[in-house]
Design a protein around this ligand. Sequence first.
Ligand code: CTP
Ligand code: MG
Length: 226
Amino acid sequence: MTRSQGPVVALVPAAGQGVRLGESKPKAFVDLGGKAMLIHAVDGLLRSGAVDRVIVIVPEEMVEATQAMMSGDVTVVAGGSERTDSVRAGLAVADDARYVLVHDAARALTPPSLIARVVAELRSGRSAVIPVLPVSDTIKTVDVLGAVTSTPERSELRAVQTPQGFTAELLRRAYAEANGVATDDAGLVERLGERVRSIVGEPTAFKITTPLDLLLARALVEEGTR
Ligand code: CTP
Ligand code: MG
């Protein structure tokens, strides 16, 4: 087998509660134009034509109902209390993967073309690939009391999206050595001292986090952008 072949398995962490969104159900199950956010995310992965199999990670009490919502090669497993625990649970049932994508259910409107670009980078030999966009706000670091401690140079900053893609071997190693939690998977790979490649992301791959984000997502769906 050459380096570029082998199955691509996508892990979709969807086990969060969506506290910041403040809806009555876990965020991934919130409706977006007649379809749960999670379904949009899974459909996008399958429509990319670059993903062989999807593993969805949901709150334990939602496993059965979620499996019933799915068609195609989709496995549903229970997640954990932190996103890292949920990804780890998905990785545990991805034995056949040569490449792994980790893709937030909350990035429901991610264009399939972005997913395909991440996989193409992996197949061309990169072992860790993340989509990023420039930030438009100036970003500052602050201490616990709110005093500003620094102003990183904005031109060097990027906002990070998903899907993040890895060789299965590298992501497994990163999770085996991970201690504590990380807000993205590439962060764990960086701690190993491995190179992470960034590619240009997509505005519509934004994470639906707040009620304002949900309003935007619903408007985009309504408008037929997806
Ligand atoms: N996630 C998960 N398991 C967790 C926490 C988060 O699978 N224990 C998933 C979420 O379902 C989401 C993605 O990770 O698809 C990104 O997390 P985030 O946007 O923070 O979602 P929530 O944790 O649900 O939202 P909040 O932090 O506002 O509660
Ligand atoms: Mg969260």
